[in-house]
Design a protein around this ligand. Structure first.
Ligand code: SAM
Length: 241
C-alpha cells in the first residue's frame, strides 16, 4: 500500500469512524456464530482471510430474526449464501453472479445470472425478485465501475434501516480493477468525498442516481481489518423521521 493510500484510509478513519476491533457490547449475547458459519462454509469473509464477519455480526445480530430478504452479488461456490441462509433463518437469500450456478438453488437460496455492471440486467433481477432487501452485499468483481454501478442501481431496493455493504473496497488502492492515476474514479475516493461533503460524486452514475443516493444514505462506516489490507464499507438506508 502506498503512503498516499495509507493516508487516505487514515483520514477516512477519522471522518467515518472505522470498525477495526471485534465485539460490540450487546449484553448477554455471545458473538462469534457468524464467523463460525463463515469458516464452516469456507467463505473468505471469516477468519480464513478478511475477518469481516467479526464486525458484520454487530450489524446483523439486531435484524437476525426479522430479516426476510437478503442479496449477495458474487456467488462463486455458494459458501457465503449458505452462511447467510444459516444465520438469517427466516430470510430468502438471493445471489447474483455472471456465471450460472443454478445447482445451488433451494427453497431459501435463489440464484440469478446478471452482470453487476449492467443496469438492465440488475433491473431484470429486481423485477424478478421484487424490492425490499434487508441487506445487500457486493462481493462480485470488485472493479470501480462494478461497485459503483451496482450501488447506484441496487441501494434504492434496500429497506429503510437496512444495509448495503461494498466488500473489498481496498481494490481502490490496487493497480487493477480500473483505478485511474491518483484514484480519481475510485470507490474509496467516492466514500471519502461523501464523508467530507455529504455529496456522492461518481463518473459511473447519472445525476439522478447520485441525488437519490445522497438522499437515501443515512450514514456509512468503513470496516478495516488486517491492518487495512481488507476494507469493506457499510451503508445504512435512511429511515423516515
Ligand atoms: C469473491 S467471489 C464471491 C465469493 C462469495 N461471495 C463467497 O464469499 O463465498 C466473486 C464472484 O463474483 C463473480 N463476478 C465477477 N464479475 C462479476 C460481474 N460483473 N457480475 C456479477 N458477478 C461477477 C465471479 O463469477 C465470482 O463468482
Amino acid at each position: 500500500m502506498t503512503r498516499r493510500s495509507m493516508c487516505l484510509v487514515w483520514i477516512l478513519s477519522l471522518a467515518l469512524g472505522i470498525f477495526s476491533g471485534s465485539g460490540c457490547g450487546s449484553r448477554g449475547y455471545q458473538f462469534g456464530e457468524l464467523t463460525q458459519l463463515a469458516d464452516k462454509y469456507q467463505t473468505d469473509k471469516g477468519s480464513r482471510l478478511h475477518r469481516y464477519t467479526e464486525v458484520y455480526e454487530c450489524f446483523f445480530h439486531p435484524m437476525r430474526s426479522s430479516a426476510r430478504k437478503i442479496c449477495e452479488i458474487g456467488i462463486m461456490e455458494g459458501a457465503s449464501l449458505r452462511m447467510l441462509a444459516d444465520y438469517f433463518g427466516r430470510a430468502v437469500i438471493y445471489g447474483i453472479d455472471i456465471e450460472k450456478v443454478s445447482h445451488l438453488d433451494s427453497d431459501r437460496i435463489h440464484t440469478f445470472v446478471a452482470d453487476q455492471a449492467d443496469r438492465k440486467q440488475l433491473a431484470a433481477f429486481t423485477e424478478a425478485s421484487g424490492s425490499g432487501f434487508d441487506l445487500i452485499i457486493d462481493d462480485g468483481g470488485h472493479s470501480m465501475a462494478q461497485q459503483q454501478i451496482s450501488f447506484a442501481s441496487l441501494f434504492r431496493h434496500v429497506l429503510p434501516g437496512g444495509y448495503y455493504i461494498i466488500e473489498d473496497v481496498h481494490t481502490s488502492l490496487l493497480d487493477d480493477y480500473g483505478v485511474e492515476p491518483g484514484g480519481v474514479n475510485s470507490t474509496l475516493t467516492m466514500i471519502e468525498r461523501y464523508a467530507r461533503s455529504g455529496r456522492i460524486e461518481s463518473r459511473y452514475m447519472t445525476a439522478e442516481e447520485r441525488q437519490q443516493l445522497e438522499w437515501d444514505v443515512s450514514y456509512c462506516s468503513l470496516v478495516s481489518r488486517n491492518n487495512g489490507t481488507s476494507i469493506a464499507c457499510i451503508f445504512r438506508k435512511r429511515q423516515p423521521q
